[in-house]
Design a protein. Structure first.
Length: 367
């Protein structure tokens, strides 16, 4: 009996010794550090492979979606699906439409806006969508549709400056200059400076009034010009086309360098050289053109090169080419416009010239 008791006691003592050893190992700081590192490694490994799994599945979905975009198969309900089912943010949908705009695909951008309009209830978002839709119609050349959209905006947001500005531009493009001028008064009530726009639109109203004679138009525009030099190019171009005697008589009042492209392309027979000889800039310009031979050099580099070419026995066909740079947004264009096509500011395009190979006859006009 004692033997069995002693054996039990011995077994208990051995077990206790074993547990004490394990406890000692767990209390060892090095063991704890190893355990923590192992747990972090396992969790990191699991997270890494799980993220790869999710990314692969997402890529498959995006490939399917992008394929539909490339093939042009995305339907109207797909945009709603992206917005409602997949909870794609409103701004992300707009970014999608803007990507279409940058590619020049106005129809797709318009379809995105029109579809979202039917499902967006928030007033601010709806107004933003209508503005984007109106500007897209405007850029795409759908002026009447654009006009209808901006008028709709003004029904529930009468103080929307952007809508009023685009309505002004639309009416201007539709040649309804009087209506465009009426809009300037509304914008002035919203503390926007429209003084330049009013002068500009007054000039356009006179220029396009077929009832008034050219002489009367000249008289009215001259009165505006004396107070507002900003319309100089408009006035000078009108005079060169319809009242040349008045233009040459008042040549000293004009800064011809601002529209040197117009002066460069004048027909030889339309130039009053007696008046030209009294204007230093025109003397240099027409020496470079080859119409005069009174200078050996010019202060302008391009003019100087052309003068040297003209005096050379083996004449090289060279001329001037022109581009127009907006002083506000710095965009450049090959053709002059009274409004910058990008920022829509009035008469901010400065003419720049550069040497080019001549493709024109010596007496060709672009009037």
């Amino acid at each position: 009996m004692k033997f069995y008791v002693n054996m039990d006691i011995l077994c208990l003592m051995n077990g206790r010794f074993y547990l004490d050893n394990i406890a000692l190992e767990y209390r060892d700081p090095l063991f704890g550090i190893i355990l923590i590192v192992a747990l972090v490694f396992v969790i990191s490994l699991f997270t890494y492979y799980y993220s790869i799994y999710k990314e692969r599945n997402a890529r498959k979905d995006y490939r399917k979606l992008s394929l539909r975009f490339e093939l042009g198969k995305l339907k109207e309900e797909d945009y709603v699906h992206l917005y409602k089912t997949y909870n794609l943010p409103f701004d992300s949908i707009l970014l999608l439409a803007s990507s279409f705009l940058h590619k020049g695909d106005y129809n797709k951008a318009i379809s995105v806006y029109l579809t979202l309009l039917e499902h967006v209830n928030d007033r601010v978002k709806k107004e933003e969508l209508l503005e984007l839709l109106g500007t897209t119609y405007f850029k795409g050349g759908f002026l009447q549709r654009s006009k209808e959209v901006f008028l709709r905006i003004l029904k529930f947001s009468a103080r929307n400056k952007n809508a009023l500005l685009y309505l002004l531009l639309i009416n201007e493009k539709l040649k309804d200059f009087k209506k465009a001028k009426e809009i300037t008064f509304s914008l002035e009530e919203l503390n926007k400076d429209m003084s330049t726009d009013k002068v500009y639109l007054d000039s356009l109203i006179i220029l396009n009034d077929s009832v008034i004679s050219y002489e009367k138009r000249t008289e009215l525009l001259y009165e505006i010009f004396k107070e507002n030099k900003i319309i100089e190019r408009i006035f000078a171009t009108f005079l060169i086309q319809f009242n040349k005697p008045f233009f040459w008589e008042h040549i000293s009042e004009f800064n011809c360098s601002k529209y040197m492209d117009v002066m460069w392309y004048l027909n030889f027979d339309d130039i009053n050289f007696d008046k030209v000889l009294q204007n230093n800039f025109l003397v240099e310009l027409y020496n470079a053109k080859g119409y005069l031979d009174t200078l050996k050099h010019s202060s302008d580099f391009d003019f100087d090169i052309l003068i040297l070419i003209n005096t050379h026995e083996h004449k090289i066909k060279a001329s001037l080419d022109f581009e127009f740079v907006c002083t506000i947004c710095k965009h450049s264009y090959p053709i002059f416009d009274t409004r910058c096509p990008h920022c829509h500011n009035i008469l901010t395009l400065d003419v720049k010239h550069r040497l080019t190979k001549s493709f024109y006859t010596s007496n060709q006009s672009l009037q």
